[in-house]
Design a binder for this molecule. Sequence first.
Ligand code: Q9C
Ligand code: ZN
Length: 342
Amino acid sequence: MLTVYSPDHLYQNAQFELIDGQLLPPVDTPKRVEAVLEKIEAIKLGEVLPAQEFGLDPILRVHEDSFVNFLQNAWSDWVKEYGEKEALPLNWPARTLRQDKIPEAIDGKLGYYSFDAGTPITAGTWRAAKASANVALTAQQLLKTGEKTVFALCRPPGHHAAKSLYGGYCFLNNAAIATQALLDAGAQRVGILDVDYHHGNGTQDIFYHRNDVLFVSLHADPRLDYPFYLGYEDETGIGQGEGFNFNYPLPWGIRWPEYCQRLKQGIDLMINYSPDVLVVSLGVDTYEHDPIAKFALTTEDYLSLGKMLASINKPTLWVMEGGYAVPEIGNHITNVLIGFED
Ligand code: Q9C
Ligand code: ZN
């Protein structure tokens, strides 16, 4: 299997992250992707190709202009006020506050365009986020030119980023940008299967009103876990998109036998939809020893997961999302990809 990789992810390298009431070393570290790359090279999974530059157009097909503009300028605006410290929001336009005014001050803008304080903007954030989108777009292009399956080794991840919201370590929604590019190039239907531990709130939101994308997500129950405010079972799409969104909220501690049953249901929905292309938001934070998550999949289970997704039998674009057990992350990602190809 081909992999697409960009070293520019190294530019997202925060000093601190606000997590569980403390400023701690970040959970989303550059080591995650470097460990996956090393494993891919060690087992000779296939060629590793660099990302091509696609410019802003495919990004603006998914994200709002003003949001992209904000991401490009946030660091320099922040530095003018506060110096070179991580930019983190402290205020949000919650419930009864106004949603229709975009503040001029950077503090106001950070809150307006974010939904958590755990996603630091740094000097290199925009460069890394853009490169990550280019990784997914390059993989998408390879698929269009006849590859059956390609792995986009994206970082920062993307599935929490909505049209004009960042959070959950995500700035640009790589899977959504690649999906839209596939549709713009002539695909009629794209299926997105999100197996990251966390609900793909950004991806769901982007395609919620549309019937040209089927979104299926398995994730921790939002009653108990991040991102908390989306990902319930009764979110089934709106308007033309009704019936094209499926959420499977799962309990903490879930093991493979039960997980596999729900995954099978999601796969059956996908087979029934018969997409031209399958996009997989691949997070391996479902691992039993993941430092920020509470499912209980084992290293071997990822082989089975990959094998199961092969039964959908469609051209498949893999987009890397979460997974924070750095010593094992390479095994888990490659197990999925090997299971799929076997
Ligand atoms: N108590 C992805 O996996 N919150 N993002 C962690 C832990 C943020 C995860 C809090 C989790 C974001 C792409
Ligand atoms: Zn996750």
